[in-house]
Design a binder for this molecule. Structure first.
Ligand SMILES: C[S@@+](CC[C@H](N)C(=O)[O-])C[C@H]1O[C@@H](n2cnc3c(N)ncnc32)[C@H](O)[C@@H]1O
Length: 396
């Protein structure tokens, strides 16, 4: 996800219109009432879940534009079809090895990645039996259907929307682009040497973040991190843990009989994620292409995300019986998939446009370095094409 600006001056955020303010006020009222019912506060995790996914009101479950120039942020599949085409070639390698197999995309956004992957797989003669989309938001499902209908109507019959992960017996490829960063995180802060949890309470004119002593589960997780990092967190250090991401991966591993889980997201290996200088964590909100850290404002109107601790994902994968088959930057993955060669077949005008898009996807100052790709496998052999250029598993 890229925002044109990361601006700490909240006063420079555009004003929402009256309808948007009303929409947000209605969601805040619902959250305030949940806080009252809970006895005065809810966890940041619950707040983030409600702010993003309350049916009809949450950021992802309401009718806002979100993706692209008119929305709040731009994701790689929106930047260029070359991104999804590269993923399709990686899918094709695994679908070919498995024989009859499916693709499952979780959190499919506008649906453009699904449409582009299906089109490319058809071109390669490697269409999956089914292309499942797991999507929490009813509004996004509708948008995804429209996108696929517009781009490749003859392939729509292969697409099936799911409410939940299948329980078992899945063979194929599971895809998630910027999925884990949209899962609700827990926030912790070190106060007087102890682990505190940031929770959300009500104040006169809205919601506020306060801290309270963390429960045993969060305390133990933070203390384990300190052991793994070989150093205690400093006084005042704030950050996140993403238990929802780990749990999701456990469920995926249970479901997967054989195949590949390919996740692309922004984040770091653990030592970089919890770097002493990253002492306010990685929480980021996106509103009209401006990034800022205050999740208590524009509730329901802005995206709330946290970066991904890829070491945590790798650990959850191994615990649940998957192998970590590759880890690299988005740039190295796309270059391994031959993104540059794809441009050769285009005409001069298209080549110019594609060159700009490739820059955005691979330059270290754009999405190339911050975004990473992790491959988790079960029951398949052989090196995956996307990691042939550079495999950085030793950084995890
Ligand atoms: C940042 S958007 C990315 C959308 C799209 N993949 C893209 O790259 O444009 C995050 C998406 O993840 C979805 N999502 C979040 N948690 C999910 C979960 N547990 N299962 C399925 N989808 C989820 C959201 O509804 C949203 O569509």
């Amino acid at each position: 996800m890229i925002s044109a600006n990361t601006d700490p001056k909240l006063s420079s955020l555009p004003e929402p219109d009256a309808a948007a303010r009303e929409h947000s006020a209605a969601l805040v009222a619902q959250i305030q009432s949940a806080i009252t019912d809970a006895g005065g506060c809810i966890s940041f995790t619950e707040f983030m879940h409600r702010a993003l996914y309350t049916p009809g009101y949450g950021y992802y479950s309401g009718g806002l534009q979100k993706f692209g120039e008119e929305g709040d942020f731009t994701t790689a599949p929106e930047v260029s079809p070359l991104f999804s085409q590269s993923l399709a070639v990686q899918c094709a390698q695994v679908l070919g090895e498995l024989g009859h197999a499916d693709v499952l995309e979780a959190g499919a956004g506008s649906g453009i990645m699904a449409a582009t992957i299906l089109t490319e797989l058809e071109h390669l003669g490697m269409l999956p039996d089914r292309y499942y989309i797991l999507e929490l938001s009813g509004e996004l499902r509708q948008r995804q259907r429209e996108t696929i209908e517009r781009h490749c109507p003859h392939l729509l019959a292969r697409v099936e929307w799911l409410d939940a992960l299948p329980l078992s017996g899945f063979r194929g490829v599971v895809l998630g682009n910027e999925l884990i960063d949209a899962m609700p995180v827990q926030r912790f802060v070190i106060e007087d040497g102890e682990v505190y949890e940031q929770v959300v309470s009500v104040q006169e004119d809205g919601l506020q973040l306060i801290s309270q002593p963390a429960d045993e589960t969060l305390t133990s997780r933070v203390r384990t991190l300190e052991t793994q990092l070989d150093s205690p967190f400093a006084e005042g250090y704030e950050s996140e843990v993403n238990a929802a991401g780990d749990a999701w991966l456990h469920s995926v591993a249970d479901m997967l009989e054989a195949g590949l889980v390919l996740l692309v997201d922004y984040g770091f290996p653990r030592h970089e994620f919890y770097h002493p200088q990253r002492n306010t964590g990685t929480l980021m909100c996106h509103y009209r292409h401006r990034g800022h850290p205050d999740a208590m404002i524009l509730v329901g109107l802005q995206d709330i995300t946290a970066h991904v601790d890829f070491t945590a994902l790798a650990e959850a994968a191994v615990e649940s019986g998957l192998s970590v088959a590759g880890f690299t930057t988005q740039a190295h993955f796309l270059l391994s998939m031959g993104i540059e060669q794809r441009v050769a077949s285009l005409d001069a005008e298209q080549q110019l446009k594609a060159a700009q898009q490739i820059k955005q996807l691979v330059l270290p100052s754009e999405m190339g370095e911050l975004f990473k790709v992790i491959a988790l496998t079960k029951g398949i052999d052989g090196p995956l094409q996307g990691f042939t250029f550079q495999d950085q598993r030793s950084r995890l």
